[in-house]
Design a protein around this ligand. Structure first.
Ligand code: AMP
Ligand code: GLY
Length: 417
């Protein structure tokens, strides 16, 4: 099977790594990719949000399957263009990707499907915003309606900060604050059959102790020793299947990866958000534990054959990933700095720990930073404690001037708290 992956983050590196280990994959291409992905896949230049360009590339390469990683191409209709060219694609249509592209749309789907989520108002003017904030009280949750790479949400006790963020958004969703730990649960679906993956937890805030601004995600781990063993079945029954059924009922079936961001509140599970693609950095730990070869799973979803698939097999090992970000992320990150120590990790920590590249690029013989989240170090171990130790040992070998990472990824879970 010849596979083309679209995207250039650590998520795409994790996807490419798993696909490169799959004996059914005879050729692996990625566009545009990054310096790390170049080690496992052949890279191609493409404008990832240009459907015509992506489908022309897939046709030229004779790809049997195209996997679209990030949300922006999905929301732009890249999967539709590839499908129209007659090539199976893992990723939802433009219409179905609205479940991520518009928070208001997602709320409507959830209401129709009876899926539990935070109560919310969609507001357009300052007056409506003030009323909604007053109705819910602090802490205030203010969300930009559109795509914002995980940075469009402000959670604050300060009503003026909440109002200022709302004023900066074109259309804004204000919602009830959900208390309780968060879980990311991914499901692969062909539009009918829904196959949940193993749950993971992401760390959204920039700094240790969940302080600082929201980011795209600073680290993740799996499994979740503290979670109810029934959680996946419950979420499949109350969230994932009803959502997929509702999308099909609307004539916009969702196929690809449905990502439920959940809060486990005192009153039960609530959906915080849906995404239309694999999450980053959770994918790094989920795929680290998946033993079933990946290409067949993605192909079954792309071609409507998920019901025929054998149950997925998972490793008993734990996985932890730690994101190394540029100076000043999630603000305007500094880029162009050399990254060293990558060879040391490959020589001393593999195969238990390895580096997945995000914002990197090759400059002559060196690898330099080229984005906010630069790379993520993923490690496996017999339990979270061992996986953490291995991940942080490898992080310690990597040098990037001014870089930042959290030191408490999976710490509470490893300690059994
Ligand atoms: P989102 O982009 O909707 O996933 O929001 C980003 C992050 O903001 C989430 O992972 C939560 O940590 C936080 N958040 C979003 N909505 C809520 C809510 N209703 N209550 C509490 N925290 C929230
Ligand atoms: N880890 C959060 C996201 O991918 O949106």
């Amino acid at each position: 099977m010849k596979v083309l992956v679209i995207g250039s983050g650590a998520r795409e590196h994790a996807l490419c790594r798993s696909l490169s280990l799959d004996p059914d994959v005879t050729a692996l291409h990625c566009a545009p990719g990054n310096a790390g992905i170049a080690e496992v896949a052949e890279l191609h230049q493409v404008d990832a949000v240009d459907g015509a360009a992506v489908s022309a590339l897939a046709t030229k390469l004779g790809a049997d399957l195209v996997v679209v990683g990030p949300e922006a191409p999905l929301v732009a209709g890249v999967a539709d263009a590839v499908r129209e060219a007659g090539i199976p694609v893992f990723g939802p249509s433009k219409e179905a990707a609205r479940i991520e592209g518009s928070k208001a749309f997602a709320k409507d789907v959830m209401a129709r499907a009876g899926v539990p989520t935070a109560r919310s108002y969609v507001c357009t003017g300052a007056e409506e915003v003030a009323e909604a904030l007053a109705a819910f009280g602090a802490p205030y949750v203010v969300k930009d309606d559109g795509l914002a790479a995980g940075k469009g949400v402000v959670v604050t006790d300060d009503v003026e900060v909440a109002k200022a963020h709302a004023a900066a958004c074109e259309r804004v969703v204000i919602e009830e604050y959900l208390d309780g730990p968060e879980v990311s649960l991914f499901a692969v679906t062909d539009g009918e059959t829904v196959l949940p993956l193993t749950p993971a937890q992401d760390f959204k805030r920039a700094l240790d102790g969940d302080a600082g601004p929201n980011t795209g995600g600073m680290g993740a781990y799996s499994p979740l020793p503290w979670a109810d063993p029934q959680l996946v079945d419950e979420v499949l029954r109350t969230v994932l299947q009803p959502t997929v059924d509702e999308m099909r009922r609307r004539g916009t079936p969702f196929s690809g990866l449905l990502y439920a961001g959940l809060a486990i509140t005192g009153r039960g599970v609530r959906v915080i958000e849906f995404n239309a693609r694999f999450g980053d950095p959770e994918t790094q730990v989920v795929l680290a534990r998946l033993q079933t070869p990946l290409a067949g799973v993605l192909m079954a979803a792309a071609t409507g054959h998920l019901a025929d698939l054998e149950p997925l097999r998972w490793s008993d090992e734990a996985a932890v990933t730690v994101v190394v970000a540029s100076h000043n992320y999630p603000g305007t990150p500094r880029t162009g700095d050399p990254i060293t120590g990558l060879d040391e990790v490959a020589a001393q920590d593999a195969p238990h720990a390895y580096v997945l590249h995000a914002g990197t690029r090759r400059e002559g013989d060196s690898v330099v930073s080229a984005g906010g989240r630069v790379l993520s170090v993923t490690a496996t171990g017999k339990d979270l404690t061992e996986a953490r130790e291995r991940a942080y040992t490898a992080v310690g070998r990597i040098r990037l001037e001014g870089s930042q990472h959290r030191t408490d990824i999976a710490a509470k879970a490893a300690a059994g708290a």
